[in-house]
Design a protein around this ligand. Sequence first.
Ligand code: AMP
Ligand code: MG
Length: 355
Amino acid sequence: MSLAYTTEKQFAISAVQRACLVTSSVFNKLVKNETLVKGDKSPVTVGDYSAQAVISSMLHRAFPKDPIVGEEDAADLRAENGALLRNRIVELANEALSAELGIGDIPEWGIGPGSKQTADELLDAIDRGNYEGGRSGRMWTIDPIDGTKGFLRGEQYAVCLALIVDAQVQVGVLGCPNLPLDLSKPDGDKGCLFIAVKGQGAQQMKLNGADPIPLTMPPYSPSTFTFLESVEAAHSSHSTTSRISAILGLTQPPIRMDSQVKYGCLARGDGGAYLRMPTGVGYKEKIWDHATGSLLVTESGGIITDSRGHPLDFGLGRTLGENYGVIATAKDAHDRLLSAVQEVVKQEQAEAVSK
Ligand code: AMP
Ligand code: MG
């Protein structure tokens, strides 16, 4: 019997690898070699658009009927004053699409030497990411550069692609060009791919596809347990995490890194828990920020819920709707972590009322 989603899995690996070529090239050309002024988002913009164009145009060839929920749209690029940006994106996307074929790559996906797209085709590809999402049928979700601030700092970011079928994530691939293969050896080899298929487990391999290893999240271990959390305090409340750490008596400081790289690290046993605590009311998490990561968690043997203990719902549209925050950890740690989270949330609510 053949395994489900074999083609989709191989496709997602190939597409993420090619998008990682784009992001690395943007980093080397635009971030390293040009003087960036503080807050200059242009390399992120170029990288985001180009990487989404690559994945989306490959999807159009491979699975033409599947809708796409992508973070970007091409409206600004179509404007007359978008010509410079547009040309750069066309060049970068075509560079990646036409790169040599690797193991598992299929030329019918519109890749390999000579595979070029026109500007219009690439803009249309970006705009195909406009699907509204929903509860039934197949859809892909793309975050072309998750962790844009980490990308600009030369730190962690991820290229994320997932296939969702009837609101369940079935395939997820994360490309992490700057992540050491072993977090305890920060100067060792960098560049990881994380792959999960529902019911078939999770794997880490090198970015080029070499050396796959299956991932199993280790059980709770009080002496090493710590949190993986956002670098950006605006995305996840650092003060809330530190109160939760105190309740649990944790001895290790949190590991801060940008993007879904945190989920890959958790799945391979770094840290112990991914914690994302809302910083205010009302922010709705985007499905592309958690689809791949959530499958990596469950397929490596962990549990993922929102900060109130509810399952994440990928069937509500482009956002996770009423899911606020995230708690992901090993099965034997989730209950105690959720209780500590609830205790701190109560404390914070009481303090807010008494102010
Ligand atoms: P991270 O690197 O884990 O902090 O996650 C990066 C993602 O956080 C970005 O892709 C944004 O979509 C998302 N984000 C933006 N604003 C917020 C917010 N206020 N709360 C939570 N996540 C956010
Ligand atoms: Mg993101």
